[in-house]
Ligand binder design. Sequence first.
Ligand SMILES: *Cc1c(COP(=O)(O)O)cnc(C)c1O
Length: 404
Amino acid sequence: MTLEDARALDATDPLAARRDDFLLPEGVIYLDGNSLGALPKATPAALADVATRQWGDRLIRSWNEGWIDAPQRIGAKIAPLIGAAADSVIIGDTTSSHLFKALVAALRSNPARHTVLSEAGNFPTDLHIAEGAVGCVPGARLKVVAREDLATALDDDTAVLLLTHVHYKTSDRFDMAAWTARAHAAGALMLWDLSHSVGAVPIDLTAANADLAVGCTYKYLNGGPGAPAFLYVAKRWQDSLASPLSGWMGHAAPFAFEDAYRPAPGMKRWLAGTPAMLSTAALETALDLWADIDQHAVATKSARLFDILAAAGDALGLDCVSPRDPARRGSHISFRHPQAYALTQALIARGVIGDFRDPDILRLGLTPLYLSHEDVWRAGDILRETLESEAWRDPAFAERLAVT
Ligand SMILES: *Cc1c(COP(=O)(O)O)cnc(C)c1O
C-alpha cells in the first residue's frame, strides 16, 4: 500500500464527505475515537442553545418542550444502529449503571438460577459491576472463565451470559447470533455490552434474538465525554423485568407523587432520576449525523483502514493481536510491544493519538466517519519512523499519566 493507493481509495470513498461534519485539530491524526469520539461540528451550537435558550430563557417550561421525552426519543435514534425496535432502547445513566440494573433484574426474574457467567479479561467495569450485582441478590454468584471455556461453563444454573461484543483490547468480536443461541439453549438470558461495537460494526440484536444489551455513546457515536449510555430490553421482557433502581422518573406517574413505586410500562421504567439535559443534547446532535449512514459502508471502510495499518505493522515485524478476518473483529487494531506505553506517548508527541492498554498493547482506533485512508497511511508511516528512530526510548515518554 503506497500513499497513492491510499489517496485512490479516498477518491472513491462514499463516506469521505462525513469528515466535514467534525471539528478536529490541525496536525493530529486521531486514532482514539474508540475511547472518546471526535466533536461534531454541530455540537457546540446545540450545547449553547440548550444553555442559553432552553435553560436560560425557557427555564422549567423546557421539560414540556422536549426534555422529558428525550431519553426515549434518543433511544429510538440508537435503535437502527443496533437492530432494535424503536421502543426497546432508552438512554441515560452510564453503561456501568445500566449493566447493574440489567443484571440484578435478570437474576431476580429467574430465582431458580444463580450464576452470571462472563469472560476473564472482559472490560473491567463489566466484571466489577457483575460482582456488585450478584452481591445484591441472595444466592447469586459470578463465574468468570477464559473465552475458550465459556461454552462448557454455560449450564443449568446460568441465569445470564454477559459478554462484550468487541473486546476493548484485542478487537476480537463474538458471533452475536451464535452465542445468543448458545445461551438460550442452556436456558440463560443473553446480555451484550456493545460499547466497542456500536457505530463500528453492523449489529442486529433482533436477528440474534438477544435479550438485553447496554452500550456507550461517547466512543464511536461521538456523544461527548461521559455522554448518557443506552439500554436495550427485548420487547418480550419489558413487562416482567424491573429495575432495582426504582426512582421516580421510572414511575408510571412521576407527577402523581405517590408513596409506593409502580414501574412505568415499556422502557421508561429503567430511568431512575432526572436526565442530564446538557449531555443528553450533545448526544442527540451527534446521533443525527448517523441518520443517513449505511452501516455496511462503515464496515467496509473500517476493514480497508485496518488493512493499511496491519500491512504497516507486518512490514515492521510488529505483533498484531487483532483478528485478520474483518467479520471477527471490531474497528480498532492492537499491536503488542514490550514498550507499548512509551511508544504510544512518542506517537502522541508526533500527532498520532492512540492509546495504551496495560500491560503491552498499543491500540489504534479506526473511525470511518472522520479518518481518511491517507490519514491512516500517514499514521503507519509515523509509526515506522518512531520505531526505526527508537524515539520512544526518550525517558520523557516513560512517565505514566492517570489516563492511559
Ligand atoms: C467504555 C466501556 C464501558 C464504559 O462504561 P462507563 O460506565 O461509561 O464508564 C463499559 N463497557 C465496555 C465494554 C466499554 O468498552
